[in-house]
Design a protein around this ligand. Structure first.
Ligand SMILES: [Zn+2]
Length: 364
C-alpha cells in the first residue's frame, strides 16, 4: 500500500512527493515513459495522496492510506482498461443521436476525472477537452484537489488547441496530468506550459530479480514469461496467476490451431464445451479471450519480422509454426472477430457456441 508499492524510478517519485510536501505541486504535469513504466499508476497514487482523508508519511514524504473513502474510490479506476470498456459498452447501448454526442470518461470520484482516448479513432477529442474546460473551475466537492488525468498524448488537432486554453490558467485547486509514451506528440506550446517527468521501463532482468525474491516458487522460465506478460509493470508481474494463465493459453492455442489448420474439430468442441455461460463461466472465458488476444499479438510480431516482441517466449517454437499459416489480414480479421465476441460477452450473450463460431469463421 502506498508508494512502497511503486517500483523503479525512485528518484522521479521522490521529486514528485517532495513537491507535494512543500505544497508546490505543478498544475500541469507531463509524465512521460514507455508502456508499462507505471505512468498511470503513479498519477493515481499522487491523486490519492493529494486527497487522502487520513494522510500519512513514509520516508518523511507524503503518502496515502489506501483505506479511506477517497483513496478507495480513486483506486476503483486502477484497472483503466476495464473501466474504459464499461464506458464504451454503456455508450453502445445509447440511441444513435446520443451515441454520437457521448464521449468516454472514467470518473471514480467526483473530483477525479480520467480522460482516455475515445474509440474508434483512439484519440482524445475536442468535446472531451471542452468538458474539462467547462468543469475545471468548480471547487472540489469531496476532495482537496481536483485531478484530471489525460491517459494518452494522442490529441486530435482541435482537442490540442482546446487543451492549450485549459493550460493557460488552471485554477489553484486543480492538477492536470498528461501521460505520454512519446511527449513529442504534444504541441511544443503544450509542453512549455507543463513540468515534465520521465519514467523508464523496468528492465526485464530487474523484474526477474524482483520475482525471484517475491515469487520463489517460479522457475527461470516462468519468471521470464511473467516479466514479458507484465510489459514492464512489476505489480502486474507479481500478482499474475501463472498457472491459470497457462491453462487458458492452452485452450486459446487449441482454438487458434483449429482455425488456422482447419483440421479435426473434436479438439475444438472438447475445449469450448468447458466454457459455460453466465456468471461462473465469465471469468474463465474472459481469461481465455485475453489469452487469445495475446497470442494474436505474438503471431503479429512474428509475421511482421519482430520476434523480439513475442511475449509468450516459452512457446516460441509452436507460435512460429502457427505463424507460417497466417498473414496480416487474417490476424486483423481474427482480432476484429474477437472484439465482437468480447462485446457479446459484456452483453451477456456468450455461450460456448460463440467460441465455436469464432474459431470456425476464421478457418482458412
Ligand atoms: Zn486515504
Amino acid at each position: 500500500m502506498g508508494f512502497s508499492g511503486f517500483h523503479g524510478n525512485a528518484e522521479v517519485v521522490h521529486r514528485l512527493r517532495e513537491m507535494l510536501a512543500r505544497d508546490r505541486f505543478p498544475h500541469a504535469v507531463i509524465v512521460a515513459g514507455p508502456q508499462g513504466a507505471g505512468k498511470y499508476t503513479l498519477a493515481l497514487m499522487l491523486a490519492r495522496t493529494m486527497n487522502c482523508l487520513t494522510p500519512r508519511e513514509t520516508d518523511d514524504l507524503p503518502d496515502y492510506c489506501g483505506v479511506c473513502e477517497n483513496c478507495r474510490k480513486i483506486e476503483e479506476a486502477a484497472d483503466l482498461e476495464a473501466r474504459c470498456a464499461e464506458a464504451v459498452e454503456a455508450r453502445e447501448g445509447l440511441r444513435e443521436t446520443d451515441k454520437r454526442e457521448t464521449r468516454i470518461f472514467v470518473q471514480p470520484h467526483p473530483d477525479v476525472l480520467i480522460i482516455p482516448p475515445d474509440p474508434p479513432q483512439m484519440m482524445i477529442k475536442v468535446d472531451q477537452v471542452r468538458h474539462v474546460n467547462e468543469t475545471i473551475r468548480y471547487k472540489p466537492a469531496e476532495a482537496k484537489r481536483r485531478v484530471f488525468i489525460f491517459s494518452d498524448a494522442a490529441f486530435m488537432k482541435e482537442a490540442a488547441n482546446a487543451l492549450l486554453k485549459v493550460l493557460e490558467e488552471p485554477p489553484e485547486f486543480a492538477t492536470i496530468f498528461l501521460l505520454a509514451r512519446n511527449p513529442g506528440e504534444l504541441l511544443p506550446t503544450i509542453r512549455s506550459r507543463c513540468v515534465s517527468f520521465t519514467l523508464s521501463a523496468l528492465p526485464l532482468d530487474q523484474i526477474d530479480a524482483y520475482l525471484a525474491k517475491h515469487r520463489p516458487e517460479w522457475n527461470a522460465r516462468q519468471r521470464q514469461l511473467a516479466a514479458r506478460l507484465s510489459g514492464g509493470g512489476i505489480g502486474r508481474a507479481r500478482s499474475l496467476d501463472l498457472e491459470q494463465y497457462v491453462a487458458s493459453r492452452k485452450d486459446a492455442l487449441a482454438l487458434l490451431t483449429t482455425a488456422i489448420r482447419a483440421g479435426e474439430h473434436s479438439d475444438l468442441f472438447r475445449t469450448t464445451e468447458t466454457y459455460r455461460g453466465g456468471g461462473e463461466g465469465k471469468e474463465k472465458t474472459d481469461q481465455l479471450l485475453s489469452a487469445i488476444y495475446g497470442l494474436l499479438k505474438d503471431l503479429m510480431a512474428l509475421t511482421s519480422g519482430a520476434p523480439e516482441l513475442v511475449r509468450n517466449t516459452d512457446i516460441t517454437a509452436e507460435l512460429k509454426s502457427l505463424s507460417a499459416g497466417v498473414d496480416f489480414s487474417w490476424i486483423a480479421a481474427a482480432s476484429q472477430q474477437l472484439g465482437q465476441v468480447q462485446s457479446g460477452m459484456r452483453r451477456n450473450v456468450l455461450r460456448p457456441l460463440s467460441l465455436d463460431a469464432f474459431a470456425l469463421s476464421l478457418e482458412r
